[in-house]
Design a protein around this ligand. Structure first.
Ligand code: ADP
Ligand code: MG
Length: 714
């Protein structure tokens, strides 16, 4: 195929007419959660007794009566078919970090006649031939079968496409040995661990029986949009999800005029359609705005129960991608699609409630304050003690370019509390009278005194901290935009459970009548031991990295270093103790993480090499040739200034070509050796030369869409 023909096909694809959104409706007609098999739907479609049983399973984790499954399946199929569904799928979260689905029609043949069927067994278990999913050695391919098991706590939903629909059943994915091959299973186990530990802690504070523990997550999703016709001209975006070349545009984000700016009509149309789709799926999309970088945006939902919120965030990413495509746009979820401007993260807003009360809300009476301070200190202790695990939970090839890149939290974990809370903790530590930031004198006696009011907004929003207390929740800002929320929250739940248990252990030993002083002592000890992780300053600075090193805080700047945490004996012991993952499961996550990292870097390396050799070098070479020819003409015309200028230009282009060639050789070598660090280094050098040469090549001969186009023309 000639270049021209290829170009033509790409343009045809880019210009494919945009189908109308499904279905074209007025806003008022959107029934929230219309495509979700909700409680209300169950009541409508199921007999009362069956409904009661299934709700008991959902709410209290009671084992599901096998006989009930058939009735539930029947009702689900009826409901889904009313929405146009012809197929069903077990929807799961394999260790690739994305979602997986394999569709089966409701179709059966009985004596050659078609009938619709979907049995209880079809609902409860699936046996996908899942041999190609990463298992990190948990399951060798000859015994490839994994199975999917229905997670009734995340409701089934119908996913629509232009001319049909599919019933999706959220499931966990395990090997026959029961070992988890997915991200959901450890998450559910970690929620159980945190539930147990929270109940134990609350019993120390006089709670009777087992209250309801709820972990909440609000995941803010950042993303970029680029026009599809640019995207299709960029092999790097197509293959690696990020640009591997591209000189900075004169204007990028210096003026900070994009952040919260008025949203362009085309983008607003896109966002509106995304929200309609999400609302139909019962996903409470709430906030939308322009982000800091040009062409960067954010979507934030109302927080929900953790397991559901994790599933919902996976759907958010999918809906963003598919709706963008319908609008002739491409949604980039890579952590760093463009060098020199901000990357995209996923702020993980996490909180914990007991019997409906948020334990991270200071509350207004002394007993509530005591619980709040205990939970606060426990989380601080957890982050300090297991910083390496939290760091590992956000490690990936993409996020390596974002963490610590002066626009995102560094790879060093620290906790931001704001001036007022920091002061309260230091009073707690020293057991002395002090002044809170609002000037009130305080003599903090836990469980007796009321904390000064902590209005959410006095805590100056510190955007540079990876782990910030923001009023009534913790915001973990290190996860990358493309991440599943399951991994980071599995770690967070487990490490907090450990800290709660440690506190409860001490409190349970408190002599009668000595609870408050015991608590005071326990918290003082916690603050003393873990205050090194508290940092209210600017996390982007080099001074902080030095200070953090002096404090002995771990700093793992790259993914392979960070992932080591998953196989450290003390971390494996922790996960085993809490039944979240066993040693083999941990080892498999480590292996998959490393493998994924190596593969992604190799793909980028090969892509960069290909682009350099087949696109950039030829463009520079043509320019060089033109310059040489013109130089020749100038000499013949005896134009000295002309010859001098062209001579300099030839030298620049000639040296550029030589540099491109030598870095391409270095990159080839590193790729051959499978030397990941070498690939990254050679790729960086190659890019540096190419970006330098870009403005010296005649604009219409440059083979790639430029930053000033991709980031500003949409
Ligand atoms: P920001 O200024 O960071 O955007 P917001 O208060 O708007 O802060 O909240 C951002 C996210 O935090 C939203 O997704 C929101 O639903 C979530 N959130 C708010 N309160 C809680 C909570 N108690 N637990 C978990 N997430 C919460
Ligand atoms: Mg936020």
């Amino acid at each position: 195929m000639s270049h021209f023909a290829r170009q033509e096909s790409i343009e045809t694809i880019a210009r494919r007419p945009v189908p109308p959104p499904y279905p074209a409706q007025a806003a008022g007609d959107i029934a929230y959660a219309e495509d979700v098999f909700t409680r209300e739907t169950m009541r409508e479609y199921l007999p009362k007794e069956i409904c009661r049983k299934i709700l008991a399973t959902i709410d209290n984790g009671e084992p599901l009566d096998a006989s009930v499954a058939g009735d539930v399946a029947h009702a689900m199929r009826q409901w889904a078919m009313d929405r146009g569904a012809t197929h069903y799928t077990h929807w799961f979260l394999p260790l690739t970090g994305s979602t997986a689905e394999k569709h089966d029609a409701f179709l059966e043949l009985k004596d050659g006649k078609p009938i619709q069927s979907f049995s209880g067994k079809n609902l409860i278990v699936g046996e996908p031939d899942a041999s190609s999913f990463p298992s990190g050695g948990l399951r060798s391919t000859f015994e490839a079968r994994g199975y999917t098991a229905w997670d009734p706590t995340s409701p089934a939903f119908v996913k629509r496409n232009g001319n049909g629909a599919t019933l999706c059943i959220p499931t966990a994915f395990c090997a026959y040995t029961g070992e988890a091959l997915d991200k959901k299973t450890p998450l559910l186990r970690s929620m159980q661990a945190l539930t147990n530990a929270t109940r134990r802690l609350m019993r120390c504070f006089g709670a009777k029986g087992d209250g309801r523990v709820a972990v909440s997550l609000g995941a803010e999703q950042e993303y970029f949009l680029v026009d599809k016709s640019f995207y299709l001209q960029r092999p790097d975006l197509l293959q690696a999800g990020r640009t591997l070349f591209g000189a900075a545009s004169a204007k990028h984000q210096q003026l900070e005029d994009h952040y919260f700016g008025s949203i362009k009509p085309r983008v607003l149309d896109f966002m509106t359609e995304v929200e309609r789709e999400l609302w139909r799926l019962g996903i409470p999309a709430k906030t939308r705005h322009n982000e800091v970088a040009p062409a960067q945006f954010e979507l934030a939902p109302i927080h929900e129960e953790l397991n559901l919120a994790c599933d919902h965030n996976m759907l958010v990413m999918e809906v963003l991608r598919t709706v963008a495509d319908r609008h002739g746009l491409v949604c980039l979820l890579h952590e760093k699609p463009f060098a020199g401007v901000n990357g995209s993260g996923k702020h993980n807003n996490w909180s914990l409630a007991y019997d409906g009360r948020n334990l991270l809300d200071p509350g207004s009476d002394p007993r509530q304050n005591a619980i709040f301070l205990t939970v606060l200190c426990s989380v601080i202790a957890a982050v300090d003690r297991r910083a390496d695990l939290l760091r590992a939970s956000v490690a990936s090839a993409g996020n390596d370019h974002r963490l610590g890149a002066n626009e995102a939290p560094p790879a060093i974990l620290s906790v931001y509390l704001g001036a007022q809370l920091a002061e309260i903790l230091s009073q707690l530590e020293q057991g002395r009278e002090g002044r809170s930031a609002d000037g009130q004198a305080t003599a903090l006696k836990i469980g007796v005194d009321v904390l000064p009011a902590l209005p959410k907004d006095t805590t100056d929003r510190n955007r540079t901290s990876p782990f910030a207390f923001t009023g009534n929740k913790f915001e973990f800002r290190a996860p990358g935009a493309s991440f599943s929320c399951a991994g980071p929250n599995t770690v967070l739940n487990t490490v907090v459970a450990e800290a709660f248990d440690e506190v409860a252990e001490e409190l349970e030993k408190a002599p009668a009548g000595r609870f408050n002083p015991t608590l005071q002592g326990v918290l003082r000890k916690l603050v003393k031991a873990h205050k090194r992780v508290l940092f209210n300053g600017d996390g982007y600075t080099g001074e902080w990295a030095e200070e953090a090193a002096r404090r002995g805080l771990p700093n793992a700047p790259t993914t392979p270093e960070a992932l080591e945490a998953l196989v450290r004996p003390e971390n494996v012991a922790l996960f085993e103790r809490y039944g979240v993952m066993n040693a083999r499961e941990m080892e498999s996550r480590h292996e998959i993480g490393i493998e994924d990292y190596r593969r992604k870097v190799a793909i980028e390396g090969n892509c960069a090499l290909d682009m350099a050799t087949s696109m950039i070098v030829p463009a520079v070479r043509r320019e060089y040739r033109k310059a040489l020819e013109t130089l020749d003409l100038a000499r013949r015309a005896e134009s000295e200034p002309g010859a001098a200028a062209l001579d300099a230009e030839c030298a620049l282009l000639g040296e550029g070509l030589a540099d491109l060639q030598s870095y391409a050789v270095a990159l080839t070598d590193a790729l051959d050796r499978g030397d990941t660090a070498g690939i990254l280094e050679a790729m960086g050098n190659l890019r540096c030369v190419a970006d330098h040469l870009e403005p010296f090549v005649e604009d219409d001969r440059w083979p790639l869409p430029k930053y000033r186009e991709m980031l500003f023309v949409y």
